[in-house]
Design a protein around this ligand. Structure first.
Ligand code: IPE
Ligand code: MG
Length: 231
């Protein structure tokens, strides 16, 4: 969800204004994903590197995160959406951590869209925490190090309960992953748009899906194999 700051600045406003409108765009994206029967939507809300922003902007983003969590729980439940936060939660204040757990708990039995919010998240952090987890299991004798394969690692990183990511959308014009899901994006289609996040609406989301639908996903096979459905 990139481009909130530039969107606000282009209107002569403070970056905060952009973040607030970013929340509006997020609500639209969640509704769209839910209505389109998308199984899971994962949004990059705050990266491990975003702490380096000016303190004022960081604390404002934390406050926004808190208020949005608080105000949206009801709506998530009403729409059968299951919320999950991925990232290093211990980096947040006790108050925010509590709110996160509360929101997850309140929506845990919902069976519709899975909404993953990556907060204090980094793709490298994710792979590192997975390695640490597996190393501990190996050290305690619960896991044989020789049994660590891609399947085992895939179960140890975030989003482990979901199928591989199909599509990654980045708004705001930059064509980078910026330490978002690294392991999970291995075979994802990457879609970049110049639209700044607050302007990303249902039709922009649909355009990304249209491009995605036109892609032939070969997963290493030849085009002929894929089209004849033979392996
Ligand atoms: C993305 O918008 C939102 C967050 C990282 C929270 P930016 O704040 O990065 O907006 P630009 O890139 O400065 O326009
Ligand atoms: Mg940015």
């Amino acid at each position: 969800m990139d481009g909130n700051g530039r969107w606000a600045e282009s209107k002569g406003k403070h970056r905060v204004f952009g973040h607030k409108h970013g929340v509006r765009a997020l609500r639209k994206a969640i509704t769209f994903a839910s209505d389109s029967n998308i199984q899971a939507l994962t949004i990059f809300a705050f990266s491990s590197e975003n702490w380096q922003r000016p303190a004022k902007e960081v604390s404002m983003l934390m406050e926004l995160f808190f208020t949005v969590l608080k105000s949206e729980i009801k709506k998530l439940n009403k729409n059968n959406i299951k919320l999950k936060i991925i990232g290093e939660l211990s980096g947040f204040s006790e108050r925010l951590q509590k709110k996160v757990l509360e929101a997850e708990k309140a929506t845990e039995s919902n069976t519709g869209l899975v909404l993953n919010v990556a907060a204090n998240y980094g793709g490298r952090w994710d792979i590192t925490q997975a390695a640490r987890k597996l190393a501990k299991l190996a050290a305690s004798g619960e896991l044989d190090a020789d049994d660590i394969d891609e399947k085992v690692l895939a179960k140890a990183v975030s989003l482990d309960a979901l199928p591989a990511v199909d599509l990654m959308i980045r708004t705001g014009g930059d064509q980078r992953i910026s330490n978002f899901l690294l392991w999970q994006l291995a075979y994802a289609e990457l879609y970049f748009t110049d639209i700044l996040w607050p302007d990303f609406d249902a039709s922009a989301f649909q355009s990304a899906l249209d491009v995605f639908s036109g892609k032939e996903r070969r997963f290493g096979k030849t085009s002929e194999q894929v089209s004849s459905k033979s392996s």
